[in-house]
Ligand binder design. Structure first.
Ligand code: IPM
Ligand code: MN
Length: 354
């Protein structure tokens, strides 16, 4: 298969982990006889510094013309601490999602057997955790009407029926492919927008009679995620709740550096790690490349390359089992491997041992 992939490495550790994502894709291309062509484009703080725009038109064009986007991370502290900054790197990410119409963000929360003891939760609690959070990505408070003056401010949590229907459809379909258990997470006891979500979900239930649907308030869901994560199979929720819950979910596995995501919708799909740009680690060769590598696996799976994505996942498991790990998940006394070394080990494993 031939795929044109836009490469948006962004800021901080982005370029370092991206190199390893590409090395792994190249190993897959070699092994399976595919052709992956890459086209790099700028975004985030890097793009602000160069052209004053975190998601320039040229980058948008490259993304639109590609089959898929592999994205790393954006963000730089110099913008976080400057309340007067007019443009921020994160706006680039939001613009990309909106302009490409990526309304569904798929975030799998998985554990790795040999890392269970590294979870901040007890091993017996996390051992069977394996669920997918489907986060609505182009609506809600992130994009609703906003206002701010010196005395008051508001963000509007605006959702329309078609926006809710299309994300719920994605969620029901994921549930059909998995254990057929869907949890709709909302705050319907307080928010009108949540009541609309719940009403539409009820209306759609008969279309998927095999799916067992339950409704859970977001405060309760956040508790359940750490007391009994194995309860969940597919969870669907609005943009803001999904942002918060997936950060909570990402630490279940023991490191934020392990979780990939896919954003899909109307335009070119984007595959990116859940974690951010970790500016303090830039250039130190210590960032975990696994979330980026697993995002590449999700990319391949999206194009029905199931064997290829499974090979990547097997190689990642093998690296963890063999203790080829970046410092934040290395066992006491174990050698520390760098970003490059972990990526190279996985690419070599794919080429020679899978
Ligand atoms: C995420 C991030 C973004 C979000 C930020 C960087 C705008 O936290 O992808 O979860 O809030 O969506
Ligand atoms: Mn987030």
């Amino acid at each position: 298969m031939k795929l044109n992939i836009a490469i948006l490495a962004g800021d901080g550790i982005g370029p370092e982990i991206m190199k390893q994502g590409i090395a792994v894709l190249d190993a897959i291309a070699e092994k399976f006889g595919h052709e992956f062509n890459y086209k790099e484009a700028i975004c985030g703080a890097d793009a602000i510094d160069r052209v004053g725009d975190p998601f320039p038109e040229e980058t948008f064009r490259i993304c639109k013309e590609a089959d898929a986007v592999l994205f790393a991370a954006v963000g730089h502290p110099k913008f976080d601490n400057d309340p007067t900054a007019k443009v921020r790197p994160e706006q680039g990410l939001l613009a990309m999602r909106k302009k490409l119409g990526l309304y569904a963000n798929i975030r799998p929360i998985q554990t790795f057997n040999c890392l269970l003891h590294m979870s901040p939760l007890r091993e017996e609690i996390v051992k069977d955790a394996d669920f997918i959070c489907i986060r609505e990505l182009t609506g809600g408070m992130y994009f609703g009407e906003k206002y701010q003056d010196n005395d008051k401010a508001y963000d509007t949590n605006y959702y329309t029926r078609p926006e809710v229907e299309r994300i719920l459809k994605v969620a029901f379909e994921y549930a059909m492919k998995r254990k057929k258990h869907l949890t709709v997470v909302d705050k319907a006891n307080v928010l009108a927008s949540s009541r609309l979500w719940r009403q539409i979900a009820h209306e759609m239930e008969p279309l998927y009679p095999e799916v067992n649907v339950d409704y859970m308030f977001v405060d309760n869901a956040s508790m359940r995620m750490i007391t009994e994560p194995s309860f969940f199979d597919v969870m669907v929720t609005e943009n803001t709740f999904g942002d918060i819950l997936t950060d909570e979910g990402s630490c279940i596995s023991g490191s934020m550096g392990l979780l990939p995501s896919a954003s899909i919708g109307c335009g070119t799909p984007v595959f990116e790690p859940v974690h951010g740009s970790w500016p303090q680690a830039t250039g130190k060769n210590i960032a975990n490349p696994l979330a980026q590598i697993l995002s590449a696996a999700m990319l391949l799976e999206h194009f029905d390359m199931k064997d290829e994505s499974n090979v990547i996942r097997r190689a990642v498991d093998a690296s963890l089992e063999a203790n080829i790990r970046t410092p934040e998940i290395q066992v006491e006394g174990g050698a520390h491997y760098g970003t490059k070394e972990v990526g190279k080990w996985i690419a070599d494993f794919i080429k020679n041992k899978c």
